[in-house]
Design a protein around this ligand. Structure first.
Ligand code: ADP
Ligand code: MG
Length: 313
């Protein structure tokens, strides 16, 4: 069997920092990403692909809010599903082409994916993740009053709605992902961390929350019994004293060492923090596993050699 790898794609795999953020620009960035992914598959690896959606779902929410006098605004979970479809479409098209060019048999397929969270997760009583538009204090108060949203001031830039970021418990469509892998497809799944859902009686109900995509990738890797979790982002390595003169890059290290650095506070919450947390949970969850955090264009080199940050038991 080919080595099964869960790949988590960060923001830079989908859009360029400065934009423009139109469809063609997104597709052209995704084409570059698809080349990297196709190389991994060509080298004989089986992939399951997870991607972020922060800026994209933010824009969908914005469009919905701005047009709500014309057509009803969709709730946040539905916007998440839209973002999975939109991003998945571009990856599926671009990666399909690259795989065909490389003479590969397999084809990518996007799966709208729900991820179960606990309605009693402490994150729900302390929402921290800003989404959507910026408002004045007065507008924010009115929205909080009328719609019951939690509104917080965001780094001096204005007021925004904030939602919870709960822990992913289970990939609802895990069996479907397994079946796709078994049939030789390359699943694009749990996009944006998955659509958060909570159990309600017999069924599932969408939650107003955002699951961290790196933690969702850990859950997926765990559920699939993957050998390797690869988190692709903007920096080649996780670092100690990041951005300071004494900055030190981390190459190969053990989960024990990495956990100590995490506890010492070296990795920023909301960026490198969840990547390290996801990597550690994965490696600590079973024997023989490895996690890699590195730059998108170094994916292949890191898997074959020692570029990037490697965490093993
Ligand atoms: P992604 O979109 O790939 O999830 P993030 O911006 O969320 O990317 O996280 C990656 C960023 O984390 C890096 O670009 C870097 O600026 C930041 N970062 C914070 N702490 C560290 C650290 N200790 N080592 C390396 N990068 C760090
Ligand atoms: Mg991130």
């Amino acid at each position: 069997m080919n080595e099964l790898i869960v790949v988590a794609l960060g923001g830079n795999a989908l859009q360029q920092g400065k934009g423009p953020f139109d469809a063609n620009s997104q597709l052209s960035v995704v084409r570059g990403t698809a080349k990297q992914l196709a190389n991994l598959i060509k080298a004989g690896r089986q992939l399951a692909i997870v991607h972020g959606n922060g800026p994209q779902v933010g824009r969908i929410v914005l469009q919905n809010e701005a047009a709500k006098a014309l057509t009803p605004a969709m709730p946040f979970d539905v916007c998440g599903a839209m973002s999975q479809g939109m991003i998945g479409y571009h990856i599926q098209q671009a990666l399909g082409e690259e795989m065909q060019k490389a003479g590969l048999q397999a084809r990518p397929v996007t799966l709208v994916t729900q991820v179960l969270v606990d309605a009693r997760d402490k994150a729900f009583s302390n929402p921290t993740k800003p989404i959507g538009m910026f408002y004045s204090k007065e507008e924010a108060d009115a929205i909080a009053e009328k719609q019951g949203f939690v509104m917080k001031e965001d780094a001096g830039r204005g007021w925004r709605r904030v939602v919870a970021s709960p822990l992913p418990l289970e990939i609802v469509e895990l069996d479907q992902v397994k079946a796709l892998l078994k049939a030789g497809f390359v699943p694009i799944t749990a996009g944006g961390g998955g659509i958060p859902v909570v159990q309600s009686g017999e069924g599932l109900v969408g939650a107003e929350a955002v699951i961290d995509k790196d933690l969702a990738a850990w859950r997926l890797a765990e559920g699939l019994g993957a050998a390797t979790l690869v988190i692709l982002t903007e920096v080649e390595n996780a670092c100690l004293h990041y951005g300071k003169p004494e900055q030190k890059t981390l190459g190969k290290l053990t989960a024990g060492e990495m956990r100590r650095y995490l506890e010492e506070g070296h990795f920023a919450a909301g960026s490198m923090g969840p990547k390290v947390e996801a990597a550690l949970r994965f490696v600590e969850g079973g024997p023989g596993r490895r996690a890699i955090i590195t730059r998108l264009d170094l994916a292949q080199e890191s898997l074959d050699g020692d570029r990037g940050t490697h965490i093993t038991a």
